[in-house]
Design a protein around this ligand. Structure first.
Ligand code: C2E
Ligand code: MG
Ligand code: MG
Ligand code: MG
Length: 280
């Protein structure tokens, strides 16, 4: 009887679903090939200090340079990398690539930092801290990295996060909460984590010059961050009005198209060179 019931379920597995599964399998095999053929790239978006206007760091953002599809944005492949566990290998690559690019940039500004996005699977690895620690013994530049995690990643296992984030911070790696304000996490959990930075989600920044509610959300996050002795970064700043308002509200740093889109490493080098010349 049970077999019959299972058989019925199978009937409902319709053509549309099987097409979706086939597409997913195809993308998965393309991603494995991409890894093998080194088709992933890192682009970098500068982070700018609102007081001084100086570039204080950048965020590494992954791209897939596919021979068939062109330059593919992370929304189209990160979820599948996470689902298949490939994100662990890709995450290690991101770390190494960012460290290697950073070496070429340190001459343009001491204390220049690179932020890396860490996904749930990476943080949940039992030996995540040890891996970073090992790296920091081999390469002290790892201390110039910041880790960005979303609320949902840290909240998935609060105790585990607390332990690992404390250990990482003790090693000297600052932790930022990415897309802050969009998660469903309780503020009391967030407040108990050893953090350094809150990044205000772009959705609030985009609307804050038109909507009082969004302006209030941004202003509240900035006050909250400062009360918690955290730095606050606004993401997705793409016009002067937003910039002016963020200055007025006391935001510390910004990222966004207004200053620069994410750039390939070579263009980032040009930008840093140009800035260095201006300062002399
Ligand atoms: P995120 O970490 O919140 O990154 C910010 C996203 O906003 C980036 O999209 C960036 O290009 C975009 N952005 C920045 N300024 C502006 C602006 O002024 N206007 C607009 N319209 N967009 C702006 P991107 O590069 O497509 O990355 C999307 C997400 O993919 C990231 O969101 C992050 O969650 C994830 N991601 C990217 N790289 C990695 C990685 O190496 N590992 C992991 N695990 N996730 C990554
Ligand atoms: Mg990020
Ligand atoms: Mg973000
Ligand atoms: Mg975001």
């Amino acid at each position: 009887k049970q077999a019959k019931q299972q058989g019925l379920g199978y009937l409902f597995f319709d053509a549309r679903m099987s097409r979706l599964v086939a597409e997913k399998l195809e993308l998965e095999s393309k991603l494995r090939r991409a890894l093998e053929h080194q088709e992933f790239r890192l682009h970098y978006q500068p982070k700018v200090c609102l007081k001084s206007g100086a570039i204080v760091g950048m965020e590494a953002l992954i791209r897939w340079q596919s021979p068939e599809l062109g330059l593919v944005a992370p929304v189209h492949f990160i979820p599948l990398l996470e689902e298949t566990g490939l994100i662990l290998t890709v995450g290690d690559w991101v770390l190494q690539q960012a460290l290697s690019d950073l070496k070429g940039w340190q001459c343009y500004g001491q204390g220049l930092r690179i932020a890396i996005n860490v996904s749930a699977l990476q943080l949940r690895q039992q030996d995540f801290v040890e891996r970073v620690e090992l790296l920091s013994q081999q390469d002290s530049d790892v201390l110039m990295l910041d880790l960005e995690l979303t609320e949902s990643v840290v909240i998935a296992d609060v105790e585990d996060s607390q332990r690992k984030l404390s250990a990482l911070r003790m090693l000297g790696l600052p932790i930022a909460i990415d897309d802050f304000g969009t998660g469903y996490s309780s503020l009391s959990y967030i407040a108990r984590l050893p953090l350094d930075t809150l990044k205000i989600d772009r959705s609030f920044v985009v609307k804050m010059t038109e909507s009082q509610v969004d302006k209030m959300v941004v202003s509240t996050i900035i006050t909250l961050a400062h009360n918690m002795r955290l730095k606050v970064v606004a993401e997705g700043v793409d016009n002067e009005q937003q910039l002016a308002l963020l200055r007025e509200l006391g935001c510390d740093q910004m990222q966004g198209y207004l200053f620069s889109k994410p750039l390939p490493a070579s263009e980032m080098t040009q930008l840093l060179k140009q800035k260095a010349r201006l300062n002399h």
